[in-house]
Write a protein that binds this ligand. Sequence first.
Ligand SMILES: NC(=O)c1ccc[n+]([C@@H]2O[C@H](COP(=O)([O-])OP(=O)(O)OC[C@H]3O[C@@H](n4cnc5c(N)ncnc54)[C@H](O)[C@@H]3O)[C@@H](O)[C@H]2O)c1
Length: 399
Amino acid sequence: MSIQQITPKQRGYLIVNSHPAGSEATVDRQWRRIEPAAATGRAPVVLVLGASAGYGQAILLAGLRRHGVRGIGVAYEGAATERRTATAGWYRTAATSALAEGSGGDVTFVNADAYADATRAEVLKLLAERYGPVDHLVYSLASPRRTDPATGEVHHSVIKPIGSPYTSPSLLFDDGAPQVGTVDLAPADEAERAATVKVMGGEDWGLWVRALAEADLLSPGFTTVALSYVGSEITAPVYRQGTIGAAKEHLEATARELQTGVLADRGRAFTVVAGAAVTQASTAIPSIALYTSLLRNVLGEDGWRTTDDQAVDLWEQLTGAKEPALDDRGRIRLDGWELDPAVQDRVRELWADPEAALAADPAGAAWFYNQFRQLYGWDVPGVDYTVGVETAVPWPGQR
Ligand SMILES: NC(=O)c1ccc[n+]([C@@H]2O[C@H](COP(=O)([O-])OP(=O)(O)OC[C@H]3O[C@@H](n4cnc5c(N)ncnc54)[C@H](O)[C@@H]3O)[C@@H](O)[C@H]2O)c1
């Protein structure tokens, strides 16, 4: 037992502790906002890699709520210690598991490095023993590093432009007050580009799909999706044309390779281009915070598509309720709301003078900051932060 009253420990875009009740409340709210649907037929078996946060978590919640999915969620989170809270994803996983159980679901959560062969072996064993062949593999990992299981080498991803330096306005928060700053990024060298592709490209996704195929764990209608991002021309120098974009190109090429290779006549592989979202992964990318705030100003609450909204859309396409909305490169597109030309024109106008845009309408930046704090369970409406909470929450299934 470790009941404590805790306050946020924050430096810039880094918050080193998280609030259990706040993190749980964010998951409860997501759950309530996803409209339930009467599950029909056999419960699909899912494997979600990256199930404790962002898109992976939203896709698992929407799958549970609307399609009665069962299966496995993998994440890599830190337990509480005497001196530290657990990570927010740990608490969110506990909350997701409780909701799954409460609705009669059957999900096992594995806390382990998804890039490791040992984790693959553990997950395959669990599938074979408990769930059977997989209908949907969702690949939604976002990590700054990956240990290549073949060589033991640790690769670190970098977020840098390719070819030339890039200077961009960015968003800073000084005690919560938004300010426009500047980021200068030197171009990546070839080793940095290649390392980023190793971490965030499609190599590990391919290993998972091939391992499932070899273990005879692909169901007849097997579909796998990996999350991708295209984003605006405004962020292209640091995103789509940068190192992370090179990794996304590799991920997208991997979908085609899996489709014509191991999955030919046995299933489908897609990348899913989702829209901008405030996640731990995205707040690490310079200038994305400013862009996302201005995008929020333009779209407001009504025009914004949350990760949950997009997850619901994705499931409609995965289960055949809707035809997949594919672009000319065969990618599922969930980001039409973000890349609508009229929306982008308006964001570009604001981007031309971000100080003036923030001064005229600080709502988008305030929203961004609040979303960012909620990623760690802070500033969640309805949570009483003056009350002590148990920080040593067990991982689901472990006592
Ligand atoms: N955030 C956005 O704006 C955005 C937009 C479009 C697409 N995407 C894509 O969605 C995917 C997920 O990103 P996100 O923003 O939801 O990230 P996130 O940071 O919210 O979540 C990442 C997840 O990966 C897990 N993870 C990280 N390293 C792991 C490891 N070694 N083993 C097991 N699990 C591990 C974490 O525990 C967490 O569950 C990425 O491919 C990202 O590019 C993100």
